[in-house]
Ligand binder design. Structure first.
Ligand SMILES: [Zn+2]
Length: 92
């Protein structure tokens, strides 16, 4: 059974296999590809729209309980590459 998580961007619920798990490594946001890194994780659709919404409402810091300014560069690149590679499943 695939468990359900909430995307911190669009706030809709989806199976965890269709979402990216994001963790904070220091002050940098990284994609937890295997979804096994310890600590708090945030879940996000691999879509730039969801990423932007999450950034706008500062959802990463809240979800990950990080108060420092987070470096989202690596995550943004990962989301964009994911999209460009055509690996994004249609969730709608
Ligand atoms: Zn989403």
């Amino acid at each position: 059974m695939d468990s359900v998580r909430t995307c911190i961007g669009c706030r809709s619920r989806a199976s965890r296999s269709s979402l990216l798990r994001i963790v904070a490594r220091g002050s940098e946001l990284v994609v937890d590809e295997s979804a096994t890194l310890p600590g708090r994780g945030a879940w996000l659709h691999p879509r730039i729209e969801c990423y932007r919404k999450a950034v706008q409402r500062r959802a990463f810091g809240r979800a990950l309980q990080v108060t420092d300014t987070l470096d989202t560069t690596a995550l943004e690149t990962a989301v964009l590459e994911n999209r460009l590679n055509g690996t994004v499943a249609s969730n709608e």
